[in-house]
Design a protein around this ligand. Structure first.
Ligand SMILES: C[S@@+](CC[C@H](N)C(=O)[O-])C[C@H]1O[C@@H](n2cnc3c(N)ncnc32)[C@H](O)[C@@H]1O
Length: 183
């Protein structure tokens, strides 16, 4: 059985990856491709550090591909799109529609083959552990930065909590992943 070495390190994925070529059987990237300006360069680096026939699993939510049941549709659209279009302080760049753009980005760059699938993550209850909770709290925390007063965003979230208690909550977000193989 092969030796397994584990380590935790913080690396800057906008820079050349600090690993020798052909180091890994598999590389997993989730929700980070949108953060860097040179996305083709990141894909080339992922390819470089893969062993021959190694595979990369690259996943991304589509932050603009969000469905929320709410009576105030105009405010819901403003909040969803405003959040998707906003570049956070820990990003060099952002792309709220990366989920739908990812297959085109990965295709033939420089992988031998790439298969893709899109799934819908659905929450019917706004529980503390739900992805919906993380996403909706993020929207409310940043709403003023994209022009929606915090008081309106907080009232909107309270409305969603009431919906959840009453059984009418629905939150869904698209998630796309690509499995790409090196030569
Ligand atoms: C949307 S979060 C995703 C985190 C995690 N992969 C997940 O799915 O929960 C994006 C993460 O990428 C990190 N990030 C952004 N730019 C980066 C860079 N140039 N190098 C390394 N990490 C970066 C951010 O700090 C943030 O933690």
């Amino acid at each position: 059985m092969g030796k397994i070495t584990t380590s935790i390190a913080t690396i800057d994925i906008a820079e050349p990856l600090p690993f020798a070529s052909g180091s890994f059987d598999s590389v997993i990237r989730q929700n980070v491709v949108e953060c860097v300006a040179d996305r083709d360069g990141l894909l080339r680096e992922i390819y470089r550090i893969l062993k021959p026939r190694g595979s990369a699993v690259i996943g991304h939510h589509d932050f603009d591909g969000v469905l929320i049941a709410n009576d105030d549709r105009a405010l819901t659209r403003r909040l969803v799109h405003g959040y998707a279009d906003f570049t956070q302080r820990w990003q060099d760049k952002s792309e709220g529609q990366m989920g739908r753009l990812l297959p085109g980005l990965v295709a033939n760059r420089p992988f031998r083959e790439a298969g893709t699938e899109t799934l819908l993550f659905v929450d019917l209850v706004l529980s503390k552990e739900s992805y919906a909770r993380i996403h909706l709290d993020g929207i409310v925390a940043l709403s003023e930065k994209f022009g929606v007063p915090a008081v309106s965003a907080k009232a909107w979230l309270r409305g969603l909590e009431m919906r959840s208690n009453a059984g009418g909550f629905y939150f869904a977000i698209l998630w796309t992943y690509v499995v790409a193989r090196a030569e």
